[in-house]
Ligand binder design. Sequence first.
Ligand code: SF4
Length: 314
Amino acid sequence: MKILLANPRGFCAGVRRAIEMVQTALARFGPPVYVRHAIVHNRHVIERLEEAGAIFVEEAEDAPRGALLVFSAHGVSPAVRAAAAARDQRVIDATCPLVHKVHGEAARSARAGREILLVGHADHVEVQGTLGHAPECTTVVEDLGDAESVSLPRGASVSVLTQTTLSIDDTRQIIDRLHERFDRLEMPKKSDICYATQNRQDAVKALARRASHVLVIGSPESSNGMRLVETAARAGADVRRVEDETELDAAWLAGVTTLGVTAGAAVPDCVVSRTLRALEAMREGCVGLEELSGAEELLRFAISSAAFPSEAAS
Ligand code: SF4
């Protein structure tokens, strides 16, 4: 069996920054540091941070008054900020800057009196955060059926925003349909779907062109990871998702001659390496590993020292 490794794969700039912010808070203030929602959607990342003293909660109300509270990379609504302020919590905001950009677009569209169609998964924490910036004028569009049934007049002034981690192909279809339905549709200058989502989907398509089977490493909660599964399947590959090497299925691998491997944006390199080692151990006939070429990702998000409170919470 030959293994082809997608490029790029694994951590994006927003995930790196968010994890580093929790680590810095722990180092600077000591545990406990509370984190609202999984900082990024990966079990291994969560477990490592818990061992270091992070405590994950779902809402600001679940953390004590005055606690240090980190907002996850997925972003929060103004209502969540208000709940944290009401509890005198000292907030460290690890929202990905690319999600912040979408929040700004939502607020600007609402101020301009436009209706917002937010393409995304209604139950995803990022969509809830964006929706919360303009709840009175936002409708979530999950699929083509929703695009069909939005009940606004044809001439309505409409802004389209999207979740950052959607399927590029599905979103294009939904937006095309919205363009057909509304005459005054405005899109952001630059797509809300982030560079990391785009690059990983392009990379998995390249993988599926050469490999009959594709293994996607990532957690089921990870939106961008699950989109990689769908993208590879649509490209014709037989696809499996695993959290890590413990979930590898020898029966599925039997007889595979070319296996493509990729990882979602929240997956640490060490989990990818462990999975590759386990694959090689399971298949003694492994004839090597080839890393495909792909988009070079140089983007890094700086962390301002102003992001941290000047002293520890009481
Ligand atoms: S997947 Fe995109 S939007 Fe999400 S954290 Fe990474 S860079 Fe930011």
